[in-house]
Ligand binder design. Structure first.
Ligand code: MSP
Length: 659
């Protein structure tokens, strides 16, 4: 059983039928921020994330890409891990539901529940949603919560988990523990759901219909149903039932399962009853957060073209600013509207102005008048005493908010301090003190500002690890020291603004958050690219005749042509691009040690399977580019303009020069 000093936090495991988007990034950043704070406080933390790889929609995506499900998953997982590393996510373990340990764990649970008659076989007729990988009851269909066209009607024999048996026990557990489901409004929703009789849960699918899952140990013709498999990751991910080195009892029950509000029922009801059946304690808290929508409140979706590319956002504004924005903009639990303009406005207001100004003013005035050394703290006036009291209150409020995952409130407390420090500078007017030659008072004022900067940096470490570290190094400090001081102050119940060693060298350096006067180019380009094409110019009479004849191309010198390295090649493997319908991802052998990966816009003309073994001609000396998250190391020669008609081929072994 987990002790008080131990903290175990999880994100949902994400489906690998697509690439990470804003919703996935949101939960994962939140879990990372909580993790970092708890580690900073000296707790033993385990942060688990991963991928949900079985099920119909992953299998369908793999088929579409012309790959085996496992090869598709192996390929997708790379993109997920890359995104988490880009966003500076420090998980302890990345679980995949195709991991052997996980699969064995699921199998053992199935055997046990089957042995205890908590799983039985029965015929089932009903509605199934492939999108949500879930069976839908007739009542739910009647209530209008599901669109009929999104559902398939299925009659088949399946295995069921006796979920209904645990209904009363679950209601009691929820009623007894107000913290179990948060926010409170969501708890009421779940209790509302549980007022209706709970049905048993279908946990299998016949292999004849869908084989991409974990085989039932007691019936080899079936695989287990996606949620039953997926939910168990929270246990297998810490070693359950019998990992060689990981002792799950040290971590269970989880401190927090973070989930989006749409998957709260599967967690609060399915997962909880599974745990009750296994005789295991329920997690401490299921926290359901809200959804990011577009600025006009629309759901984001690929088909509406209003999704947000988090990687691009991080490239344009910085990883730390992006992490900060998601948790600062809305309460964790509420829905929020995303717009690039909103992002820019908050960035400029909070980071460039409030925080940037405070830091810049403190450091530049100390550079001007105290040779960039931490000045001495003289006699305190009411202003400093008040600031110290605010820091004490703010520190405690921040800590309480972080413990309860109220990130926006923690940041409110932090910004209250930043704004108070800016106001303090305005009122204390160090420039006037300097003019008067009041060095002692000037020193105290600047020292106080620098102290607040150091405190704020410690509070920002979990949210903006790089920028907060950069700020601390400007102050001659390290994250470890700053965190230790904050912890010490919280434990003592008082923050004092006298932590920096007098005389410590400071560095003004570059601004932490440069102001954006306009939208960064990479983002502005999104809108330019989306603008409708101008209507074609009316052809002049004299040009009409020439229409059938292609315009003669512009001449180039032979030397220019000779710069292009063309090589013969053979396509060894081909798959659809994970997120762009027009693109194929090819592995092309051009006589090198390994095939080259080439992304080509030829999906409208060729199916992946048609291309394997095909001879092609490759431009082999193009600089590699990233095409929607997949690297391309060359280009195929193709005939046709906007519409591809054919690929150029040469009947020669791979790697021959084409001239
Ligand atoms: N595989 C299941 C989870 C199994 S957990 C044992 C799954 N995966 S998912 O990839 O579809 O979604 C994961 C999470 O993303 C969910 O928590 C969902 O709420 C969240 N989001 C998806 N779109 C979102 C937004 N636009 N905004 C915020 N979160 C959203 O479900």
């Amino acid at each position: 059983m987990r002790d008080d000093q131990t903290y175990y936090i999880t994100t949902p495991i994400y489906y690998v039928n697509g690439l990470p988007h804003i919703g996935h990034a949101y939960t994962t950043i939140a879990a990372d921020v909580a993790t970092r704070y708890m580690r900073q406080k000296g707790r033993f933390v385990r942060f688990l994330t991963g991928t949900d790889e079985h099920g119909q929609k992953v299998m369908e995506k793999a088929t579409q890409r012309g790959m085996s499900p496992k090869a598709h998953c192996d390929d997708m997982v790379v993109h997920w891990k890359e995104m988490w590393s880009k966003l500076d996510i420090q998980y302890d373990h990345f679980i995949r539901t195709t991991d052997p340990h996980h699969m064995q764990g699921v199998s053992q649970v199935l055997t046990r529940l089957w042995g205890e008659d908590l799983i039985y076989k029965a015929e089932y007729t009903g509605w199934y949603s492939v999108r949500e990988e879930i069976f839908v009851t007739e009542k739910e269909v009647e209530s209008g919560a599901w669109k009929k066209e999104d559902l398939q009607q299925i009659t088949e024999t399946n295995y069921f988990f006796r979920m209904s048996r645990f209904q009363a026990q679950l209601i009691e557990a929820i009623q007894e523990r107000p913290d179990f489901i948060q926010p409170a409004s969501r708890r009421n929703e779940v209790l509302g759901f549980l007022r209706k009789p709970l049905e048993d849960l279908c946990i299998s699918r016949p292999k004849s219909r869908m084989s991409w899952g974990i085989e039932l140990p007691f019936d080899r013709d079936y695989v287990t149903y996606v949620w039953f498999d997926a939910l168990l990751n929270y246990l297998t991910g810490v070693g359950y039932p019998d990992h060689e080195t990981l002792v799950w009892e040290k971590w269970w029950p989880a401190s927090y399962h973070l989930v989006g509000k749409d998957i709260l029922t599967t967690h609060a009801v399915y997962w909880s009853t599974m745990l009750l059946a296994l005789g295991l304690p329920l997690p401490q808290t299921l926290y359901a957060h809200g959804w990011w929508k577009s600025a006009d409140g629309e759901k984001m979706s690929k088909s509406l073209g209003n999704t947000i590319d988090v990687g691009l956002l991080a490239d344009a504004f910085g990883v730390d600013a992006s992490r900060f924005f998601f948790l600062r903009e809305i309460a964790f639990g509420a829905d929020g509207g995303f717009s690039y303009q909103g992002f820019l406005t908050r960035y400029n207001a909070d980071l460039a102005n409030d925080l940037g100004n405070m830091v810049h003013r403190g450091l530049s005035m100390t550079q001007n008048w105290f040779e960039s050394k931490v000045p001495a703290r003289g006699a305190l006036t009411d202003a400093e005493v008040e600031l110290e009291a605010l820091a004490t209150r703010g520190g405690a409020a921040y800590d309480e908010a972080m413990e309860g995952l109220q990130f926006h409130r923690a940041l409110d407390s932090t910004w209250e301090l930043v704004r108070a420090a800016n106001k303090y500078i305005d009122t204390a007017a160090p420039w006037a003190l300097n003019k008067q030659g009041n060095t002692e008072r000037l020193a105290t004022v600047l020292r106080t500002v620098l102290e607040i900067a150091a405190l704020v940096a410690a509070m920002l470490l979990p949210f903006m690890p790089s920028k907060a570290t950069e700020l601390l190094s400007k102050l001659g400090e390290t994250p470890a020291r700053a965190a230790a001081r904050l912890n010490g102050a919280l434990a003592a119940g008082a923050v004092t603004l006298d932590a920096l060693p007098e005389g410590q060298a400071l560095t003004l350096g570059e601004p932490l958050f440069p102001r954006y006067r306009e939208m960064p180019e990479a983002i502005a380009a999104l809108f330019t690219a989306a603008a409708p094409e101008p209507p074609p110019a009316k052809p002049e009479k004299s040009k009409k005749k020439a229409k059938a004849v292609a315009e003669p191309p512009t001449e180039i010198a032979y030397d220019d042509f000779a710069k292009v390295a063309l090589r013969t090649g053979v396509v060894r493997a081909a798959a659809r691009h994970p997120s762009a319908d027009r693109l194929l991802v090819l592995q092309v052998d051009i006589g090198e040690e390994k095939p080259r990966q080439i992304v080509a816009g030829i999906a409208t003309r060729f199916k992946p399977e048609e291309l394997v073994g095909r001879a092609v001609v490759v431009v082999a000396n193009l600089a590699p580019v990233d095409l929607r998250g997949v690297q391309s190391q060359g280009m195929l020669l193709a005939a046709g303009g906007a519409e591809v008609l054919d690929l150029v081929r040469a009947d020669a072994p791979p790697g021959e020069v084409v001239r």
